[in-house]
Write a protein that binds this ligand. Structure first.
Ligand SMILES: [Zn+2]
Ligand SMILES: [Zn+2]
Length: 242
């Protein structure tokens, strides 16, 4: 219920933020929106990169879910999933989601829109959008800035939804149109990430991937990303016992 309320609050806040843009059209609005689309793509890649390689919390038992060998639709798996996730904070749950997405990408494609966006809305884009409401109501914020900020907030909110469309056959008509306009990354380009896990982390347009790949290689060369973090560490005591 509160997830839906947060999403509705975000829509209302964004609608309010578009008022100054519609009231004062300006040639700088379009370049600002394109720049914002790039910035949101870059941010999606940076966050993805960090979450992929950040090790899961020790003792979280997430290895039991990640390497589960039975049927994932079974009551036993669902009960285990509930039990383990109930002990983790939201951040640790999201870290696991990023890693689990690599071997089972279709799971992300099957989730509904609210399930894909609520965490981003609650933690990031709703608070920022509300601050933006406050800013333009109290300060002389230019319309082009508002247009860019609104674009970045919408793109950021929908980044996991856009990612999910890459792992699902049936999508709303707007998605293939945006892909043809190069506003969304293609399935083939995103597959490069799944094949390597060390490149092409951006999941919106992919425009920022050439720069992000350089950032990743630079950080990796300095020891920032250990491939061991890509999966939850197996619990040694469980292995020994088994
Ligand atoms: Zn990844
Ligand atoms: Zn993916």
């Amino acid at each position: 219920m509160w997830k839906r309320a947060a999403a509705l609050g975000f829509c209302a806040s964004i609608a309010l933020n578009t008022v100054p843009v519609l009231a004062q059209p300006d040639w700088r609005i379009v370049p600002a929106m394109l720049a914002a689309w790039y910035i949101a793509d870059f941010a999606s890649g940076l966050i993805h990169m960090y979450m992929d390689y950040r090790p899961c919390a020790e003792g979280s038992r997430l290895d039991e879910l990640f390497f589960y060998e039975g049927h994932r639709g079974s009551p036993a798996y669902k009960a285990l999933h509930r039990e383990i996730m109930s002990k983790l904070n939201l951040f640790e749950q999201l870290v696991f989601d990023f890693k689990a997405h690599h071997p089972r990408p279709l799971t992300l494609g099957r989730r509904d829109l609210l399930a894909q966006v609520w965490a981003t809305v609650a933690v990031l884009t709703l608070p920022v959008s509300l601050l933006l409401n406050l800013a333009w109501l109290t300060l002389p914020v230019p319309p082009w800035f508002m247009a860019g900020a609104v674009t970045a907030l919408i793109a950021g909110t929908l980044s996991q939804y856009f990612h999910g469309t890459l792992h699902r056959r049936a999508n709303p008509w707007i998605i293939p149109v945006m892909r043809r306009l190069h506003l969304l990354i293609t399935v083939e380009a995103h597959d490069l990430h799944h094949a390597t896990l060390d490149r092409d982390f951006a999941t919106i347009s992919g425009w920022s991937n050439p720069v992000l790949n350089r950032v990743f290689n630079w950080l990796k060369a300095r020891g920032s990303f250990n491939p061991a973090g890509l999966e939850p560490a197996r619990d040694k005591t469980a292995t020994t016992a088994g």
